[in-house]
Ligand binder design. Structure first.
Ligand code: SAM
Length: 253
């Protein structure tokens, strides 16, 4: 029987490999993958949106990044939050955390900022106190969780009243055939585990969030996932089946 921990282990293994090779994995035209040369900290971006751009981060905010990977969004958010603010990245994959912490040394040297912290943990049981964050961002991660509802409940718990989430993710526009739905490589490539759009927005609402709105919505064009080269064969079957969206929602009225 496949348990939630089995699923996390599959994902951990895939992203452990990605971190070691520093190659893009969550691939597709809606996903930004990049290697060392793309970013100032030399970090790896495995994203499907740009939550920081939509977040209007203010000085002094505490920002939490769910599934921070090598830290790309964390390093963009940290100068915006400034010396009085803080950015916490959470990830469960040891190799990713190692990469993020190497990047953090470079970031600190370049900016002089010491407002970034990476914590090991799962997004279903966040290693943060209640009401610790003003803002929660996430980029192409929640689709990988075996329990998305729990992720949104945890996000709600971790936010201060009046705080908000801005999450970019993959959602499905139609059901995938069982052969794709149960495809481990396609799961790790951010597609097979994705929820139907209505279910995703419903899970945010069920967690208690208000004011839910879509900030971006683009058809996801798969190009084949690097964690499983056979995924490229599914490109046709996936046409129009998934979108990369960015969603805003707040805790409170
Ligand atoms: C597609 S990458 C995205 C990384 C980063 N957000 C970015 O945009 O570059 C997914 C990341 O989420 C992490 N991850 C996946 N599922 C997770 C979970 N349940 N709990 C914590 N981290 C998770 C993986 O280890 C990996 O680093």
């Amino acid at each position: 029987m496949k348990t939630h921990e089995n699923t996390r282990q599959l994902v951990r293994k895939a992203y452990g490999k990605v971190a070691k090779k520093s190659v893009s994995c969550c691939s597709g035209s809606s996903c930004r993958g990049g290697t060392a040369s793309d970013a100032s900290e030399g970090e790896l971006g495995l994203s499907c949106g740009n939550p920081v751009t939509f977040s209007k981060i203010k000085k002094g905010m505490t920002v939490l990044d769910l599934g921070s990977g090598a830290g790309k969004d964390v390093f963009i958010a940290a100068p915006l939050a400034g010396v009085k603010g803080k950015v916490i990245g959470v990830d469960m994959t040891p190799e990713m955390l190692k990469l993020a912490r190497v990047n953090l040394l470079r970031f600190t040297k370049r900016t002089g900022l010491s407002n970034v912290e990476f914590r090991k943990g799962t997004i279903e049981k966040l290693p943060v106190k209640d009401a610790e964050a003003d803002l929660i961002i996430s980029n192409c991660v929640i689709n990988l969780s075996p329990d998305k509802q729990e992720v949104f409940r945890e996000a709600f718990r971790a936010l201060k009243p009046g705080g908000f989430i801005v999450v970019s993710d993959i959602v499905l526009n139609r059901e995938l055939p069982p052969s794709l739905k149960n495809h481990a490589g396609l799961y790790a490539a951010c597609v097979a585990g994705a929820l139907r759009r209505g279910d995703y927005l419903g899970a945010i609402k069920a967690a208690g969030f208000k004011g839910i709105k879509l900030l971006s919505d683009n058809i996801y064009r798969a190009e084949g996932g690097c964690s499983d080269p056979t995924a490229s064969k599914t490109v046709k079957a996936l046409a129009g089946a998934a979108s990369s969206i960015t969603v805003y929602a707040r805790k409170g009225r």
